[in-house]
Design a binder for this molecule. Structure first.
Ligand SMILES: C[S@@+](CC[C@H](N)C(=O)[O-])C[C@H]1O[C@@H](n2cnc3c(N)ncnc32)[C@H](O)[C@@H]1O
Length: 302
């Protein structure tokens, strides 16, 4: 059995609350003059949950504006990440992926926001209570999915492939996979198992994007105001939620399994998209990497 993650309590606490944090950042990003992404559903999630109903959903509600380490810099990071991964998914489905799997989908509204080519299906895996909250809020605002969409309640530390296949996933068809803001919270062995599972059920031509931190951060980085202000302002203790084990080399593992991989810092995309976080001293984003992998052959070297 998978060991307990901190506070498995839906969106009201623990790692589930991070889904609301990202939703609030997307709400703020949506209304920026130089926005990278528009998510009109994001603020409804924030307003609907008692845990977040008082959080800002516009930059003007943040007293210190962009100088705020959480809603300024980290928020901008989430905005950039969302846009880059929107583009990754759209590129992948236009290149031939027929199905999309969002691992740790949280309050991701891509099924409702993006311009999907016909005939695609999006599977959203998260915990049951997170998916129930998401369903309730999206139904209350009359949101209509722009693609066939199948939510799947599963624990991503355990075996989830059977549930995915049971929901109609076809391992013989190219897939676009996404693990956005997920692996940081998983034990090392669970991350390795998840990567092996993705490899096992991926047809050639499948693509996977995910976010990692290279390793546990130094005390100086852990003292970065982004962590203390996130804990103080919204009660999300990221340092306690991040899994403390040495991180696996999932990009390297995928390369060994025959995937072509590219590993980038977020700052690479700040330059490419023209806005986003810039490096700073004792940077809490310096060890973040966004990995893009494509399965080039049908072999499953396990
Ligand atoms: C930071 S949120 C990111 C959500 C979404 N990917 C996004 O970027 O907006 C992390 C999500 O991972 C989910 N999660 C964490 N551990 C999980 C597990 N063991 N099984 C299923 N979902 C998990 C949480 O419930 C939460 O919705």
């Amino acid at each position: 059995m998978a060991h307990a993650q901190h506070g498995d309590t839906g969106v009201s606490g623990g790692v589930g609350l991070t889904a609301l944090m990202v939703a609030a950042a997307r709400a703020i990003e949506t209304h920026r003059h130089d926005t990278l992404v528009r998510d009109v559903y994001a603020e409804h999630f924030v307003r609907a949950a008692p845990a977040s109903s008082g959080w800002p959903v516009r930059m003007r509600e943040v007293a210190d504006g962009d100088a705020n380490p959480l809603w300024g810099r980290l928020g901008r990071y989430f905005g950039l990440r969302t846009r880059v991964l929107d583009d990754f998914l759209l590129r992948s489905v236009r290149a031939g992926a027929r199905q999309v799997v969002l691992l740790g989908a949280g309050l991701d509204t891509r099924a409702f926001r993006l311009d999907w080519p016909p005939g695609r299906v999006v599977f959203e895996i998260d915990r049951a209570d997170v998916l129930a909250f998401k369903h309730e809020v999206l139904s209350s605002v009359g949101a209509v999915s722009r693609v066939a969409r199948t939510p799947i309640a599963a624990d991503l530390r355990a075996d989830w492939a059977d549930a995915l296949v049971g929901a109609g996933f076809d391992a013989a068809t190219p897939t676009a996979w996404l693990a956005e803001g997920l692996l940081l919270y998983l034990p090392s062995a669970a991350e390795q198992r998840l990567i092996q599972t993705v490899n096992r059920v991926s047809a050639a031509g499948s693509a996977l994007a995910f976010e990692v931190k290279l390793d546990r951060e130094s005390p100086a980085v852990r003292a970065n105001p982004v962590y203390s202000s996130t804990k103080r302002q919204i009660g999300v203790d990221l340092l306690a939620l991040f899994d403390g084990e040495a991180r696996p080399d999932s990009a390297g593992d995928l390369s060994r399994l025959g995937w072509a991989t590219a590993v980038h810092t977020p700052f690479h995309f700040t330059r490419r998209y023209g806005c986003g976080p810039q490096p700073e001293q004792n940077d809490a984003l310096a060890s973040n990497r966004w990995v893009f992998a494509t399965k080039t052959s049908q072999q499953q070297h396990e």
